[in-house]
Design a protein around this ligand. Structure first.
Ligand SMILES: [Zn+2]
Length: 275
């Protein structure tokens, strides 16, 4: 599949790289930092198996395996340090969380994150919401942040459970005072718009961040990779594949008209794409 679109990919990569170099330029008001946790394949077992792009062979993975990146984003606006989804929640042998490590490598202390926006609570997006502190209690990973989640998504996670949701890690969201329960569509602090998209899972939400005349769109698993925005097809792993396909097309058209910046959580090559 990747081979067939090589020419197009090369062109896209060049364009994205050009765009990525603008990520922290003077005319853009927001700074966008992808925090990649690596490349993986995922199949029907819903396990994320690490994949080395230079030495592993996709053909040797089970039929139907998808090649994905897992990458939360930091968006620094004039108001906030936003974190968009929290990744897999993996830690290194010293017990340091990968997401903390990635933030610190970019000069951001985890306590500087002011808002965590969660698209949905699948384990590859919300794995890093809490941290085990090796005692009998756990804490949220970002001590100063407010966490924005859809109330119905939290309820749904506990109904549905494993393997898509790791509910024992989500328990803390039910009681923490740092959590802001959202119900439907709305706007946070006048500049972060959220909307239930409900196609990948019934209460999935997407975000638009508008600051200094720039509009950043985070579609998470409704708009996970650049090539999915261009090809019309319904994916089997979506709760409502047809709706997801239609949403992608609608956003891609609107994004083109309004010069949105797209953030692709699962794209191996194109994390950030600007029209
Ligand atoms: Zn995902």
């Amino acid at each position: 599949m990747r081979r067939a679109s090589d020419a197009e990919d090369t062109e896209e990569t060049q364009r994205t790289q050009r765009n990525e170099s603008m990520v922290s330029c003077y005319i853009c008001s927001m700074k966008i930092i992808p925090l990649s946790e690596g490349t993986f394949t995922i199949d029907r077992t819903k396990l994320f198996v690490p994949f080395n792009l230079s030495s592993d062979d996709l053909q040797k993975r089970p039929t139907g395996s998808l090649l994905v990146e897992v990458q939360p984003f930091v968006v620094i606006t004039s108001e906030d340090v936003l974190l968009l989804d929290t990744g897999l929640g993996f830690s290194d042998d010293k017990g340091v969380m990968q997401i903390h490590q990635n933030l610190m490598q970019n000069g951001i202390n985890p306590s500087e994150v002011t808002k965590v926006l969660l698209s949905h609570l699948h384990k590859d997006h919300a794995g890093g919401v809490e941290k085990d502190v090796k005692t009998d209690h756990t804490t949220l990973t970002f001590p100063q942040a407010k966490y924005y989640i859809q109330k119905n998504e939290l309820d749904f996670a506990f109904k549905k459970g494993f393997p898509s949701y790791l509910t024992e890690e989500l328990e803390i969201l039910k009681t923490s005072e740092q959590v802001v329960m959202l119900d439907g569509n709305g706007v946070i602090d006048g500049y972060i718009k959220y909307e239930i998209s409900g196609a990948h899972c019934p209460f999935h939400q997407v975000f638009w961040i508008v600051d200094g005349g720039e509009k950043v769109f985070f579609g998470a698993d409704e708009a996970p990779q650049l090539n999915q925005m261009k090809k019309r097809y319904a994916a089997k792993y979506d709760y409502d594949g047809k709706k997801a396909m239609e949403l992608r097309q609608k956003w891609w058209e609107e994004g083109q008209k309004e010069n949105w910046t797209f953030l692709f959580y699962h794209d191996v090559k194109n994390a950030v794409y600007r029209f």
